[in-house]
Design a binder for this molecule. Sequence first.
Ligand code: TNX
Length: 534
Amino acid sequence: MLKILTIVLVIFVVMACESPQEELPGPIHIVPIPLEMTVDKGYFQVGGNTVIHTVGADLGPVPGYVKEYFDGLTGKDLTIQYGESISKGYIKLELAGAVEGKEAYEISSSRKGVSVKASTAHGLFYGLQTIKQLVQQDSKGNYVIPAVMIKDAPRFGYRGMHLDVGRHFYPVDFIKKYIDLIALHKMNTFHWHLTEDQGWRIEIKKYPKLTEIGAYRKETVVGHASNSKAYDGIPYGGFYTQQQVKEIVKYAGDRFITVLPEIEMPGHSQAVLAAYPEFACKPGPYEVATTWGVMKDVLCPTEETFSFLQDVLTEVMALFPSEYIHIGADECPKDRWKESQYAQDLVKREGLKDEHELQSYFVRRIEKFLNANDRKLVGWDEILEGGLSPNATVMSWRGEKGGIEAAKQGHEVIMSPTTYCYFDYYQADPETEELSIGGFLPVEKVYGYEPIPAELDTDQAKYILGGQGNVWTEYMKTSKRVEYMALPRMSALAEVLWSPGDKKDYNHFVERMGSFRKHLDAMEVNYARHIFQD
Ligand code: TNX
């Protein structure tokens, strides 16, 4: 009897010691969902003695980020060790050529420690983003990382978020926060829309009036531009100095994000004309636009305009290491070119059919210049009209049509159709939302996006580099509003672009977002709450 009692007691004691050790405090929720994950028993407990062990020569800033993150959790000053292996209590970061793909990573964790492998620092960085989501806190306040095996790599190479700083201007600190959000979602491109009719936002040394005059408008339309004649009478503006641009490009680069700058031409250029009316087809004066829409005053395709643009792009290329430069080229009404003797003579001289071909001529000249400087041109899908430039990449926004056509012609494509990727659209009943531009794009619809159109065969599909969420800011006066419109739609798109299509499950996504939102809360992000029902 005593024997049996002892055995029962021993079992009890063992269970009492083991079970809290085994049981995870909460579910394992990762966004975007990894390619492969298996969960094992137990977990690693992070403590003051945990050592960050690095293997390999070029881990970039990653060990520093890992330390910063875990120092923050533990309140300790954790050691980074470059040398010998540690048998227990490690977070190991290892450059390993065997992990295929420059953004791929693998995590294996056990009671002894956590190991992250990747062939580049970029991959290790994504490993860290996942680890942050693996960390849980138990009832005693300890931080634990569940025992898992994860193999992860992105579905698409281009995973972007756009921000229009022309219509409204946001401080450098917010741009950095936006970049942090892009990084948290394992996205890799920040498309910075820097120039608009309503404001030119980047310092160009050779043309100081671009910012002295072009960065400021005298007032802004109140209400919806389609039916309002009211203006606020308040001067508005701002711009980024080259020093600030460098700081942002570096900040993004340190987070493995490429900044794709956009300098709009020949349309959306009224702010340029306000500063330098000589680049218009008609004499000025012009003023920086105060309402939203498509403006008829555009750049005139003169030699003076081309040399101006080349000068601007020369300064832009010096600031942005990006292989691609975006030149806009959307929504350029042809009225002024039709009226202009110069433009009409040019059409004849070049043997062009019409003003659409004149726009193609315009884009081709700029492309030649960019290519000669080892950069590639990206433009909105209007660059298809009148014939594509030889090496151009198309950003498809008016639906998927432009992207399909470009891919069929063997051109690279970034998908950003209004139907799935316009985060300036309403995400819930307009009656319950603040004024927005229009449209309707709830989170579930973004999540349902499939970036490879069914019309493309396997070879053509290879030209789809990926996709992007666009945040046009006519109706977003503050950075808090930008956050509300961008999230959590950005989270949905991140999963569309990162995770395999067959892993997608909307309900599961919403459930995982229930955990993911804690990271947004920690960053004090004003995300929209609709999917959380609170
Ligand atoms: C179209 S998308 C535009 C922008 C507007 C946006 C509003 C694109 C290339 N051009 O200038 O801000 O619609 O949704």
